[in-house]
Ligand binder design. Structure first.
Ligand code: HEC
Ligand code: HEC
Ligand code: HEC
Ligand code: HEC
Ligand code: HEC
Length: 393
């Protein structure tokens, strides 16, 4: 009797979780907007050596191993930020495991959310996550295989799905990064085409085990923890357009998705530092670009439409006030986009934001600073300075 009751509760709970999770876009309810290509699994073979851990790949793939070891994929379970938010992967934090401590993606299927594993916590998103054959103990590669690869002990088989975006999507599309990319100029076949890997797994030169030169792909996965990558996302222009008028133009020129990307706790802040002849220096935040959490009630997007204009007054205390006008400049490639997060102030690919500042007579110099913050409350010292310029009036 008791057993049956427990079973009933378990079934009800599972049904609730399945419904609940599939409804909640934050937890990865991925709905593809395009037909996905399907790839047949390569033939089943058996590698002559045991390959159970990333460490087993190290002796022959030292360079790849070292890149991956420094990457955030390696620390996806041990990362203190993740441990904190998932309360050590306990309770509700168990939901975080499938992406932060995954079983191989090819096992569950490309484009499908992976299952969680229970071992090798220190390896996070490991080599097996992306390379393990779904049915046998050989590795999957993008091909075409070099002569050395054909004879290699890890017995690599070609599987085109490895270089398709369906490898990354099950974990990375929970906040619509892939959908954003599909609306970008990079998604169009032609000279501008760039997929996730073209930017996040750039091509590099490698030496094969036999010493021969070949092309490889960086496994360092540069992203939000790489200042150079962050600075490549946007182009800033700060100029004087009148005796008391300044213009700041910010263009998402380098990210294949919204900027700042993905994570809802990232923010890009624009600060103005105003100085008079002598006396006080005043610093104000003119704007924050961010996709807020649902519980951040105070956030609104003042530029919901292509031609929206937003006006605001920035108080400088004893120095007076700056009149700010902010415009949304659509992308010439794709002016009207689908928006998934109404309150998000992120800058979509190819779009710009144009600020015009009218200054009070007391202000003689203005410095503009743009900060990338990993968390909304991060200090300047913890943040990456994307841009800085001073103009005298
Ligand atoms: C559908 C897959 C998926 C699930 C489920 C998931 N995450 Fe993540 N998480 C990711 C991906 C992918 C990234 C990296 C993307 C990025 O940084 O924007 C990430 C990044 C993070 C980061 C940022 C790490 C850093 O270095 O700044 C934190 C913190 C985090 N996740 C916590 C959690 C917690 C807590 C849960 C469970 C409530 C969770 N995640 C569930 C896929 C997932
Ligand atoms: C005993 C040596 C050895 C071990 C161990 C080994 N490999 Fe390999 N692997 C090779 C050699 C040799 C090549 C051919 C390319 C080269 O020379 O680097 C290769 C090629 C590859 C390729 C490239 C296929 C392509 O796209 O051309 C992949 C992917 C790969 N290995 C994955 C792995 C993974 C993942 C592991 C660990 C689970 C592993 N290998 C362990 C020797 C090894
Ligand atoms: C099994 C889930 C999973 C798969 C598959 C996956 N990732 Fe990730 N990725 C993560 C998680 C989780 C993180 C965040 C780890 C952290 O910061 O703690 C992450 C982080 C990243 C980052 C951010 C690094 C940084 O330092 O900010 C990039 C870029 C990235 N992944 C690109 C890719 C690409 C490209 C692919 C496909 C080739 C891919 N990932 C496949 C789970 C995955
Ligand atoms: C044209 C180059 C380009 C393309 C294409 C591109 N990205 Fe990015 N990505 C960037 C740049 C630049 C950044 C750093 C600035 C930012 O955060 O927006 C970034 C940041 C990221 C981050 C870090 C987010 C965080 O908060 O930790 C992830 C994850 C990511 N991209 C995933 C992807 C995925 C998945 C795809 C494919 C659907 C993709 N990117 C396509 C350039 C690109
Ligand atoms: C997040 C997914 C992911 C992880 C984790 C990952 N790889 Fe890869 N790897 C790829 C993709 C995607 C390619 C092929 C890119 C292409 O050419 O289209 C690749 C290519 C390779 C290649 C051939 C190209 C080169 O640079 O030499 C080798 C070898 C390889 N991986 C080994 C490894 C090893 C060893 C590990 C663990 C230390 C590992 N990979 C971890 C996704 C991953």
């Amino acid at each position: 009797m008791m057993k049956r009751f427990v079973l009933l509760v378990l079934v009800a709970f599972t049904a609730f979780m399945v419904l609940h999770l599939s409804k909640d876009p934050l937890r990865g309810g991925w709905t593809p907007t395009q037909e996905r290509p399907t790839f047949a699994d390569p033939p089943v073979r058996q590698s002559p050596i045991l390959l159970n851990s990333s460490k087993d790949c190290r002796p022959c793939h030292e360079e790849v191993y070292r890149e991956w070891e420094q990457s955030h994929h390696r620390i996806s379970y041990t990362n203190p930020e993740v441990q904190l938010l998932s309360t050590g992967f306990q309770g509700e934090g168990l939901d975080c495991l499938p992406c932060h401590l995954p079983r191989p993606v090819p096992e569950t299927g490309f484009g499908v959310r992976p299952l969680e594993r229970a071992v090798r916590h220190d390896e996070g998103v490991d080599c097996m996550t992306c390379h393990h054959h779904p049915k046998s103990h050989v590795m999957l590669g993008a091909g075409p295989l070099t002569a050395a690869a054909k004879d290699a002990p890890c017995q690599p088989e070609v599987h085109p799905a490895i270089s398709s975006m369906d490898l990354c999507a099950p974990c990375h599309n929970q906040h619509k990064v892939h959908e954003e990319w599909r609306q970008s100029r990079y998604a169009v076949t032609g000279a501008d085409y760039k997929d996730c890997n073209d930017c996040h797994m750039p091509e590099i030169d490698r030496l094969g085990l036999g010493g021969e030169a070949r092309k490889g792909r960086s496994h360092a996965f540069p992203g939000a923890h790489d200042p150079e990558m962050l600075r490549s996302a946007a182009t800033f222009e700060f100029s004087k357009i009148g005796s008391r008028e300044l213009r700041l133009h910010i263009l998402n020129s380098g990210a294949g998705h919204n900027f700042p990307a993905d994570e809802r706790h990232r923010a890009v802040d624009v600060h103005l530092i105003a100085k008079g002849l002598q006396g006080p220096i005043r610093e104000v935040r003119a704007f924050r670009f961010r996709n807020p959490y649902r519980q951040d009630f105070e956030y609104r997007n003042p530029l919901p439409k292509v031609d929206s204009v937003h006006e605001e007054t920035l108080d400088l205390g004893p120095l007076g006030a700056i009149a700010m006008v902010l415009r949304r400049i659509p992308s010439p490639y794709n002016p009207v986009r689908e928006i998934w997060y109404e309150r998000s102030t992120q800058i979509p690919e190819g779009e710009a934001r144009e600020f015009q500042f009218s200054l009070p007579p007391s202000v003689l110099t203005v410095t503009v600073k743009a900060w990338y913050r990993k968390k909304p409350n991060a200090s300047d010292e913890e943040s990456v300075l994307l841009y800085e310029k001073t103009l005298d009036l």
